[in-house]
Each structure stands twice: as structure tokens, then as C-alpha cells.
Design a protein around this ligand. Structure first.
Ligand SMILES: NC(=O)C1=CN([C@@H]2O[C@H](COP(=O)(O)OP(=O)(O)OC[C@H]3O[C@@H](n4cnc5c(N)ncnc54)[C@H](O)[C@@H]3O)[C@@H](O)[C@H]2O)C=CC1
Ligand SMILES: [Mg+2]
Length: 289
């Protein structure tokens, strides 16, 4: 019976192994990196590092496009050495993804004051010269980056900012400690675990069937319009948030709505933008901002 089970299981695991897609294998590896500090530390040896300075990514220009250069661990250690920094600072890096071949990708901000070493912000201009690139505000660079780099740098910015602003336990007041991957912070005093926060936001294109409604905030650059957006309140469903935001901001009542797509948005804090199409009742199209 035992033998039979053993064979069956082995067969089963053989099939499981064979059937694992590259995507599933990558996803499980990322999960392991988040859960196991030793595996993550090992992954840094063969990984690649994206650099930031005060949340602005290091970018190089190539044919009117921006490309984020990647450094190996030894290149990063050499750089830190050159600027008189302790390699301990690498502990501040956060995991942002990995390749299909399991090369792990990390992001490190050299401009923010480090939490794991006493070193302060590194000089921006000197670093730009050394690295043959510029630290450019992500919001300004976004239209000259490809989709894959945008997504990685958005994740990196959001995670780096979250760690920078969540260094203390809100109950004990003690410094919290980040795990290697940066997927959480723990208070060593009372063991509370803090996970990176994402605020759900609805963004809705309202239409009366023939026209759609675009709006602008006074803070927008001249000529910029967008669909209606707003943060979800605690206790609300997605549908309730859309109805409330539309009523609050333009005084219209939503009749029907449909989910369309979603996107992570790291400005100013991490939010999940959930996009919907909404229609108002016929004849009820008087806008009151
Ligand atoms: N991708 C796009 O085209 C657009 C993106 N957005 C983004 O959508 C988000 C929400 O848009 P708004 O019209 O500003 O929201 P909103 O209409 O909910 O108004 C903002 C106000 O909501 C309150 N608020 C409630 N929860 C909040 C939270 N978790 N974080 C910050 N403020 C909170 C604050 O009082 C704040 O002043 C922003 O992050 C903005 O960057 C907004 C418009 C266009
Ligand atoms: Mg709004």
C-alpha cells in the first residue's frame, strides 16, 4: 500500500513538475524569495539592482527612450565602496520581480536616509557622473519608458516609499525591521507584521450614451483632463465607490456601470486604480461640479 502510494505520488509529482509553466515556476520562486530571507540573500548574489535617489530612478538615454541600467551585486558593492559607504546598505533593497530564468531584481534608494546603516543620503550629482545616467522623477519619465520598465519602476517606487515612511511600529513606537525581500516589516517588540499598503481607487469614464465626461483638478497642468477618480472609503464596494464619487464630484447619478481594467499607480502613494465605464440615466445629464 505504502509502495503503491509512493509510486503514485512520484508519478503525480513528475507530472506536476512537467506541467509547471514558466509563469507558475517564476511566481512560486518569487513567493519563496519573499518568505525565506536566506534564499533571498542568495538570490542577491546573481541578481540585478535598479538604483533610485529620493524615489527618482537612475535612467540612461538611448534613442529618445529612457532605460534603467541594472547593476550586479559586485558592481553595487564597488560603487558603495567608492562613495565610502558600508555594504550593509544593500539590506535596504527591495525585491521587485524576477526573470523567467529566476534572476531576481531588486531596487535600492541611495538618496533616502538608510534605516539599516548610519549612512546618510549619497551625493546625487557625483553618483550621476559615476553611473553615466540621471536620477529622473518617475512621473516625468513615464512616457519615455517601455511598459515592462514602467511596471517594475512603479513597483519599486511604491515599495521604497512605503519602507521609508513605515519605519516605526504604530503601537510600540519601536523601529520595525524589514525582511530581506521587503515584502513586510515586523516590530521585534510586539511581533506585529506590517505589509505594504495599497489604496483602492476608482477611475470612471461617465457617459450619457453619446458623450463622455472628462474633468480637471486645479492642480493639473493646463489642458489636461482625466476621467473621474477617487479613493474608496472603508466599507464600500467598488460599485458604491463609483456611485458616490460621481455624485460627489459632478452631481450625477450612475445608472449602470461596468468594470474595465486596473493598474497600479504609485503617485503619491501606492494605489490600485480600478477603471470602470458608467452611464447616467437618460435625461439626467446636468453636471454640477
Ligand atoms: N491615472 C490617472 O489618469 C489619474 C489618476 N488619479 C489618481 O487617483 C487617485 C485619487 O484621485 P483624487 O481625485 O485625488 O481622489 P479623491 O477624489 O478621493 O480626493 C482626494 C481626497 O480624498 C481623501 N482621501 C481619502 N482616502 C485617501 C487616501 N487613501 N489617500 C489620499 N487621500 C485620501 C483626501 O482628503 C484627499 O484630499 C490619486 O492617487 C491620483 O493620483 C487621479 C486622476 C487621474
Ligand atoms: Mg477625485
Amino acid at each position: 500500500m505504502f509502495l503503491h502510494c509512493g509510486i503514485a505520488c512520484r508519478r503525480k509529482s513528475f507530472w506536476c513538475y512537467r506541467l509547471l509553466s514558466t509563469y507558475v515556476s517564476k511566481t512560486r520562486y518569487l513567493f519563496e524569495l519573499k518568505e525565506d530571507d536566506d534564499v533571498c540573500r542568495k538570490a542577491q548574489q546573481t541578481g540585478a539592482f535598479y538604483l533610485f535617489h529620493n524615489l527618482a530612478p537612475l535612467l540612461q538615454t538611448s534613442e529618445r527612450q529612457y532605460l534603467p541600467p541594472r547593476l550586479s551585486l559586485s558592481q553595487l558593492e564597488r560603487l558603495l565602496g567608492k562613495f565610502g559607504q558600508d555594504t550593509q546598505r544593500i539590506e535596504d533593497s527591495v525585491l521587485i520581480g524576477c526573470s523567467e530564468q529566476h534572476e531576481a531584481w531588486f531596487a535600492l534608494d541611495l538618496g533616502l536616509n538608510s534605516s539599516s546603516s548610519i549612512s546618510a543620503s549619497l551625493q546625487k550629482t557625483e553618483m550621476e557622473t559615476e553611473l553615466k545616467g540621471s536620477f529622473i522623477e518617475l512621473r516625468k519619465a513615464v512616457f519615455q519608458l517601455n511598459e515592462k520598465d514602467t511596471s517594475l519602476l512603479f513597483t519599486a517606487r511604491a515599495l521604497l516609499r512605503w519602507h521609508d515612511t513605515h519605519q516605526f511600529c504604530s503601537r510600540s513606537g519601536q523601529p520595525t525591521k524589514k525582511n530581506m525581500a521587503g515584502s513586510k516589516r515586523v516590530c521585534p517588540f510586539n511581533k506585529i507584521i506590517y505589509y505594504p499598503q495599497v489604496a483602492p481607487v476608482v477611475i470612471t469614464l461617465v457617459s450619457d450614451g453619446t458623450r463622455c465626461l472628462l474633468v480637471r483638478q486645479s492642480s493639473f497642468p493646463k489642458g489636461m483632463y482625466s476621467a473621474l477618480a477617487g479613493f474608496c472609503d472603508i466599507g464600500e464596494s467598488l460599485e458604491e465607490a463609483v456611485r458616490r464619487e460621481v455624485a460627489e464630484e459632478v452631481g450625477l447619478e450612475v445608472d449602470k456601470l461596468q468594470y474595465s481594467a486596473s493598474q497600479h499607480w504609485p503617485f503619491p502613494n501606492s494605489s490600485l486604480m480600478i477603471a470602470c465605464h458608467a452611464t447616467v440615466k437618460p435625461g439626467q445629464t446636468e453636471v454640477s461640479p
